[in-house]
Design a protein around this ligand. Sequence first.
Ligand code: SF4
Ligand code: SF4
Length: 66
Amino acid sequence: MRRASNDTKRCVACGVCALTCPREAISIFKGCYAVVDESKCVGCGLCEKACPAGTIRVMEVQDGSR
Ligand code: SF4
Ligand code: SF4
């Protein structure tokens, strides 16, 4: 399965990804960087395309408990 992951050190907290996500899976933590709620993310890749800083990526991850 695929999930979005953000490089929080390079994220500029612009919020574009959060506005773009159709699942409302992204929030901006304390105005500092974007965090992805993996329980909501469906790996569609829209945030990756929208991020102007190129810090958010959709990657293959292990399915874990689900
Ligand atoms: S991959 Fe899609 S569902 Fe997941 S955080 Fe990005 S925009 Fe939202
Ligand atoms: S669009 Fe990119 S730079 Fe902007 S908040 Fe999201 S991950 Fe950070």
